[in-house]
Design a binder for this molecule. Sequence first.
Ligand code: FES
Length: 157
Amino acid sequence: MKEDEVYRMIASQEPESTQGDSPVELPVSPEIRKRALDPVFIGEMAEPDGYAHVRGDCGDTMEVFLAIRDRRICLARFDTIGCGFTLACGSMAMEMAEGKSTAEAMRIDEHKIAEALGGLPDSHRHCAELASEALRKAIQDYLFRGKESWKKLYRNL
Ligand code: FES
């Protein structure tokens, strides 16, 4: 995706961001711009230990794939059909989760993601909620299946 397309995508997400007829750019931190343009940690995993697919109220979706050893997240990847802010939030959530224990990663909430990104516009705080919820549900998926290993057999049904 070209840089100007991403900027347009970020700016177009704010329905109230107009003065008269001309759109007003949202305040976007350098960290958000960087990750919207190049969302590191994006990708999929064939057989994740934890997986979640979450749809937000806005219709955007996020998938999270986790590789976990001894309750520590060694690899975290995400994929999304969403806006530039969602790309940035997913990328940051995965970076924050990698290397953490599942208990520590469960505490990565929307406030921590937004803070690590240098802040989010109010109208896009829900993008961080989508990322934190998807991460939390992927960890819960791992914990649930870990306790009842026979359920791994039915994971792909
Ligand atoms: Fe809905 Fe980003 S606009 S998650």
